[in-house]
Structures are given as C-alpha cells and as structure tokens.
Ligand binder design. Structure first.
Ligand code: GDP
Length: 176
C-alpha cells in the first residue's frame, strides 16, 4: 500500500492535522518497525493507503545527540521506504522561511523524493496577511527551485483543507 508521510518542525501543527484527517474515530495503528513505535506511526485511513506520522525535526530540547538520532531515523525511512509515495512538509503559515525547512526540502530534492507543502494554521492570519506571507515564501523557494511544489492550505482549528488534502492523496493513489 502506498504511504503518505507528514513531517515538520515541532509545534507546526502536525498532530492536529493528523487528528483532523483521521477523525480520531475507528482509527487503527500499526507500527512500521519494531522498537520504533513511538517514532514512526502508521495510520490506516482506508483500504488504499497509509498515513505515516514522522517525528518533528529540529526539536532543541532533544539535545544534539537526540536530534542526530531522529534525523537518522527520518532519513532512513525516507530513503529506504519503497512504499513512500509523497511527503507532506508542514510549514506554519505565520513564520517566514526557516533555514531548517529550506535545507530539508533541498535534501528531498537532491534525493528525488516527491513532496508537497502544507501550510498550517491559516485561521491565524487574515486573507491579506496570509497571501503576503505565502508570496514571500514562494519567492524564497524560487531562489533555489525552478518550479514550486504543490501547495495546500489547512486549518485544523477551523477544519479547513481536509477534503482538498484527501482528494489530492486520492488522485495520486489512483495514478499509481
Ligand atoms: P505538532 O507538535 O506539530 O504535533 O503540533 P500540534 O498539533 O501539537 O500543535 C501545536 C500547537 O498549535 C497547539 O497548541 C495547537 O492547538 C496549535 N494548532 C495546531 N493546528 C492549529 C490550527 O490549525 N489553528 C490554530 N489556531 N492552532 C493550531
């Protein structure tokens, strides 16, 4: 089964987004690898694909060694998991482009990993400010990318963007 993985810095709103998508109800979970159950979780959404919850990166409180460890686990999954079909990189729409996110996306590009951007917490910004931030972000991306990745907008608070995200995943899955 194809896997769609979600990743982002701690506090970006990943747990909230996954809760919105899975709806919490009737949720089944399987561990991908023994011993890594708390780090990489698979959620069964329907018969056609798995949602994969990857750990948050760059979490200062983990310390240097902890961060390196997490990074290795994330990179191993991304590089070695054949079922991984698309990665969703979560970005907080309120923040300007962060080095750690830009470097991570560059690493994905270098390794040929397909990814899309999900801007989270869009309810926190008014339409004008949101557009301004997104424009600034895409401008920054275009400094190192020829083309922009697909971009989705979500608010777990307001339950926005759920159908778009699910439809997007269904379209990719159907095309496999
Ligand atoms: P994670 O660390 O990436 O899993 O982030 P969480 O899902 O735990 O969210 C971090 C904080 O942001 C929490 O206080 C959430 O309530 C808040 N948050 C997450 N998503 C949204 C959203 O769409 N809108 C708003 N206003 N707050 C959000």
């Amino acid at each position: 089964k194809p896997e769609y993985a979600f990743i982002g810095r701690s506090n970006v709103g990943k747990s909230s987004l996954i809760n919105m998508i899975t709806g919490k109800k009737g949720l089944a979970m399987t561990s991908s690898k023994p011993g890594k159950t708390q780090l990489i979780n698979h959620f069964i959404i329907n018969d056609s694909w798995y949602l994969v919850d990857l750990p948050g990166y760059g979490y200062a409180q983990r310390g240097k060694e902890g961060r390196e460890n997490i990074r290795r686990i994330i990179e191993d999954y991304i590089l070695e998991r054949e079922q991984l079909t698309n990665l969703f990189v979560l970005l907080d729409c309120r923040l300007e482009a962060q080095k750690i996110d830009l470097e991570f996306m560059e690493w994905l590009g270098e390794n040929g990993i397909p990814f899309s951007i999900v801007f989270t917490k869009i309810d926190k910004l008014g339409g004008g400010k949101l557009r301004e931030n997104l424009n600034a972000y895409t401008k920054k991306l275009l400094e190192s990318w020829e083309e922009l990745p697909p971009i989705l907008l979500t608010s777990s608070e307001k339950k926005e963007g759920k159908e778009e995200l699910l439809n997007y995943i269904d379209e990719i899955t159907k095309s496999l």
